[in-house]
Ligand binder design. Structure first.
Ligand code: B12
Ligand code: SF4
Length: 517
């Protein structure tokens, strides 16, 4: 059968979804013809329904399979009825994170015929073959459907064993443009799941969904799984053979790479033997000691850590993070002792957060002195416990969002709303005032002036220009005096900062001269 896969990646980092790519390969290996449509303004097709429909019609599919998350639900809702009109005979199948968490809502959408809940590895090709042969598909585990006036909802299929995971598809997915735009960073996934239960993350929801929807209570396969190392290294080798020096580093896209310590140590050992390329990974701070830090260092790891807040109340009580300040400090100290670059993720605008708690986040970040920081604005994803809390406490404005860099979608008083907006641009300065006496002297007056601005003055292009030019002038001055400070090398990414220490950082774009981008 001819299968059109569609990945919704609009107005987000231009990257192909790993799940869609491996499904493309599974289908083509099973003898189906596959086309992958990457909806993204920079590397694929932008959201022009007529062009999308033309492109799909040209491929003449027997099935259209769409993959999307919550942030693209409005696009899916807008596109599907039009697609249905143009291709009345072709069935539509939905899958991915959002259809898994909200199957009832997705099944109701105008134009949806089938959906799949959960991980479909090893099951999609059979579904497609049965459709092609006109056989019944209404009893296949994990698949839901509504056809000819009938609706069916099957229990989830057991979680797949991913030790021998299908490799991504380099033939049907054009990775070249996104590889270039992502500065040579190639994403691979080494496992699935996370053992933690943060209130804002889909992991605990997904794990609970599996428990309640699997007939055997979800016991057949653990939720947290890692791939076999040979399987993973083989895929990485394939990527390097195809793209050679265009690949500057791998990014291990897993939510939490090190929940299985033995696996992690073996990965570091094996990776260091085979590859001479840095890689980034999301690291859990629990259990980071000298042995692990040394192994990460030897294998070229650049670690990313979800610190989120400097306030213990926000991090543990509101966000449900399982670790305290001391554990974070210990982990980062061990990583630094072994020269492993660290990026910390911070989040502001959390429910019930106060001005002092926001400031404490930057005080804590300055104490941690990570190589880099990234700031996100809190967004409650539908279905998570914190979303339920936001609804219960009437905290939501109803504004839609597209990515974590958007403005807050929570209701705030005018003063807090303005502060959160300011923090988004000023966070390098906010860290710098706490970083050292020298830095505080330089950044304190600038920050004081910016924080005191009324909204009318803040929201002007003149103020934006002033922030940019002051940042550039100051970072040049402090570099000359060899004073450590955080700086932001690219205006289009105000969420990212790097620590200037006089030594090369070795992360993409971090070693540019100020003003070079
Ligand atoms: C890597 C990653 C990214 C990468 C790459 C894009 C991507 N999603 O692959 C980047 C950094 C670009 C990214 C960006 C964003 N992400 Co992201 N991302 C992930 C992450 C960590 C891994 C995804 C992955 O590769 N999983 C492994 C593959 C094998 O699994 P899979 O993608 O789920 O696919 C399987 C099934 O879902 C299913 N399936 C998938 N598609 C389809 C289609 C059909 C037809 C069928 C039948 C089945 C099916 O089968 C696949 C194989 O079993 C997930 C968390 C997670 N663990 O899943 C978050 C996650 C998907 N991201 C999330 C979010 C919120 C975002 C952003 C909105 C963040 C932002 N910038 O503001 C953007 C949106 C990106 C976009 N849609 O364009 C949320 C989504 C929540 C939701 N309910 O929608 C997640 C779940 C994380 C979270 N914190 O909750 N992301
Ligand atoms: S540690 Fe990260 S991946 Fe794990 S539950 Fe918390 S936010 Fe999600």
């Amino acid at each position: 059968m001819r299968v059109q896969l569609v990945w919704f990646n609009l107005n987000c980092t231009p990257k192909m979804n790993i799940g869609v790519s491996l499904l493309a390969r599974e289908l083509s290996e099973a003898g189906h013809q596959v086309s992958v449509l990457h909806l993204n303004e920079q590397v694929g097709m932008s959201f022009e329904p007529n062009e999308i429909i033309d492109s799909i019609r040209q491929f003449d599919p027997g099935l259209v399979a769409l993959s999307f998350g919550r942030n693209h639900l409005p696009h899916v809702e807008a596109l599907l009825p039009k697609l249905r009109n143009s291709l009345p005979e072709v069935p539509f199948l939905c899958g991915g994170v959002h259809p898994t968490l909200f199957p009832e809502q997705v099944l109701e959408l105008d134009g949806v015929d089938y959906l799949f809940i959960g991980e479909v590895d090893g099951l999609l090709a059979d579904f497609v073959a049965r459709l092609e042969q006109g056989l019944d598909v209404s009893s296949l585990p994990g698949f839901w459907g509504k056809r000819a006036g009938r609706i069916w909802r099957n229990s989830m299929a057991p979680l797949p064993d991913i030790r021998e995971q299908t490799w991504i598809d380099l033939d049907h997915v054009d990775y070249g443009p996104s590889l270039a735009l992502n500065r040579g960073m190639f994403e691979v996934i080494t496992g699935r799941g996370c053992p933690n239960r943060c209130s804002f993350c889909f992991n605990q929801v997904l794990r609970d969904t599996y428990r309640c929807r699997l007939p055997a209570g979800g016991k057949s396969m653990p939720y947290c799984r890692k791939r076999g190392l040979e399987n993973l290294f083989g895929e990485m080798q394939m990527i390097l053979e195809r793209f050679g020096e265009q690949v500057k580093m791998f990014s291990l896209a897993d939510d939490a790479v090190n929940f299985d310590r033995e696996w992690m140590l073996n990965f570091c050992r094996g990776y260091a033997e085979r590859f001479d390329l840095p890689y980034t990974c999301n690291l859990l701070v629990d259990g980071v000691d000298d042995e692990l830090a040394a192994a990460l260092a030897r294998s070229g790891a650049i670690t990313k850590i979800g610190v989120e807040s400097g306030s213990e109340r926000i991090r543990t009580t509101i966000l449900g993070k399982s670790f305290d300040q001391a554990t974070i400090e210990h982990a980062i100290a061990r990583l630094k002792a072994h020269n492993v670059p660290t990026r910390i993720y911070l989040m502001v605008g959390n429910p019930t957060e106060t001005r002092d708690e926001i400031l404490s986040t930057f005080r804590f970040a300055a104490r941690l002195k990570a190589t880099s920081t990234r700031l996100c604005i809190f967004y409650p994803v539908e279905g998570t416990p914190i979303y339920e809390r936001c609804v219960r406490d009437s905290l939501l404005t109803g504004r839609e969002y597209e990515n974590y860099d958007d403005l807050s979608v929570l209701r705030w008083n005018a003063e807090m709303a303005l502060l959160i907006d300011k923090v988004h641009l000023l966070h390098p300065w906010m860290q710098n005032v706490y970083l050292s006496e020298n830095c505080g002297r330089e950044y304190g007056p600038l920050l004081g002036r910016a924080l005191a601005m009324p909204e009318s003055e803040w929201a002007t292009q003149e103020t934006r220009n002033w922030i940019r030019s002051s940042s550039l002038a100051l970072t040049r001055k402090l570099r000359t005096q060899e004073i450590e400070h955080y700086f932001n090398p690219f205006p289009e990414r105000p969420d990212v900062t790097f620590l200037y220490t006089g030594e090369p950082v070795g992360l993409p774009n971090a070693d540019m001269e100020p003003g070079e981008s």
